[in-house]
Design a binder for this molecule. Structure first.
Ligand SMILES: [Zn+2]
Length: 375
């Protein structure tokens, strides 16, 4: 019956239900020192008029290189906007309106998650390709085909499924390694979740038999991301703090920017993000997205009954890179706030449906308790 409805009037996202195995991918990913200088050459097949959109800081740091690379390849900068502060519908619509008259052939999205998500949505609404240029490592938005939309005061509103990834993703490691170290810590915290959430999602799909099957490739990327973080994460943070751009730094950038992006968007979020959403809704939990997700990942591992040795490894890794593993490092929310958070995470948050079994608030609270007491 559902298949018939889909065939008669397909909606966005339906292809995931009938095509059994689907994978969203960018056409090319480039990473390395000076990779930004390839921008113009790589963008040429997409046209000769660029609409450059980014955050103020990102374009102050990388804007000259973006412009030079485009112009030296015969691409005109038809419009330049460095005003993005937050990914809101109002900003997206304003940039779409002003972009309509520029007749740009593609959008160059420059910056961190908020600027990239905004610019990707603008490109999608203008029906032209997006090219993403990351300037820091806090987010895995660059390669993905989704934009996370917030209110003006940074409250989560919705995820826009764009149904198309950026055609090019360029990560200049020289630029990224000069961004504040904390950004890489946050990016790793968010990326840590993709293996565990992806595996839970795959189990849930197999159990619920709803026709959606994630690719083995997406699950393998989640696993590769996790292994890389465990192997190189601590060294990368130590090296960045000492101003060294090392092999470990490059490995972590790839784990966050490529592996985790393709893993998360080709599987689904689960308990770690559900708990993040429950905790942040209380207004009493402090921390960046990646910090709270890392904590949520450990809780999910305990909830799932993963081997103690694996859980302890992740806790010790989080401690060493500077991600929170205890509630006292996240504002020490009250018991009633925690109760409210687990109820929301288990019953209302859509990500909880990607767990193989119905999540029980009491079990989730018990998993959090056990993390507080020490695994
Ligand atoms: Zn996340």
């Amino acid at each position: 019956m559902q298949l018939r409805r889909i065939l008669m009037s397909p909606k966005r996202g339906d292809e995931l239900k009938i095509a059994v195995r689907t994978m969203y991918l960018p056409s090319q990913y480039m990473q390395g020192k000076g990779a930004i200088y390839y921008l113009g050459q790589k963008a040429r097949p997409y046209g000769n008029r660029a609409y450059v959109i980014g955050g103020g800081k990102a374009l102050a740091a990388a804007g000259d290189r973006v412009r030079k690379s485009l112009e030296s390849n015969g691409i005109e900068v038809a419009k330049w906007d460095d005003s993005v502060k937050e990914c809101t519908h109002a900003t997206i619509n304003r940039l779409v309106d002003s972009g309509k008259h520029a007749n740009a052939h593609f959008v160059v999205c420059v910056g961190g998650g908020r600027a990239i998500d905004t610019a990707k949505a603008v490109a999608w609404k203008l029906k032209i390709p997006a090219i993403a240029v990351g300037t820091q490592c806090a987010s895995n938005a660059d390669a993905s085909s989704e934009s996370v939309v917030y209110t003006e005061d940074h409250k989560f509103l919705e995820v826009m499924a764009l149904s198309r990834n950026p055609v090019m993703v360029i990560e200049d490691t020289e630029i990224i390694s000069k961004a504040p170290v904390k950004y890489m810590v946050y990016g790793m915290g968010d990326a840590l979740s993709c293996k565990f959430e992806g595996e839970a999602y795959a189990k849930a799909r197999a159990k619920k038999k709803d026709g959606i099957v994630p690719t083995g490739a997406a699950l393998a990327l989640g696993d590769a991301c996790y292994r890389s973080l465990m192997e190189h994460g601590v060294a990368a943070i130590t090296d960045l703090k000492n101003g060294i751009h090392s092999h470990a730094v490059d490995e972590v950038i790839e784990a966050v920017k490529l592996s985790s992006a393709l893993a998360f968007e080709n599987t689904g979020c689960a308990l770690a993000h559900a708990l993040h959403n429950g905790l942040t809704r209380t207004g009493l939990v402090m921390g960046e997205h990646g910090e709270i997700v890392a904590y949520g990942t450990i809780v999910q591992m305990i909830y799932e009954g993963r081997p103690k040795e694996d859980i302890r490894n992740v806790i010790s890794w989080c401690d060493r890179v500077g991600l929170p593993t205890k509630l006292k490092k996240m504002g020490n929310p009250s018991k009633s706030a925690l109760k409210q958070a687990v109820e929301y995470a288990s019953e209302k948050d859509h990500n909880a449906h990607n767990m193989p079994e119905k999540v029980k608030p009491s079990d989730l609270l018990a998993a959090m308790d056990s993390l507080e007491r020490g695994v």
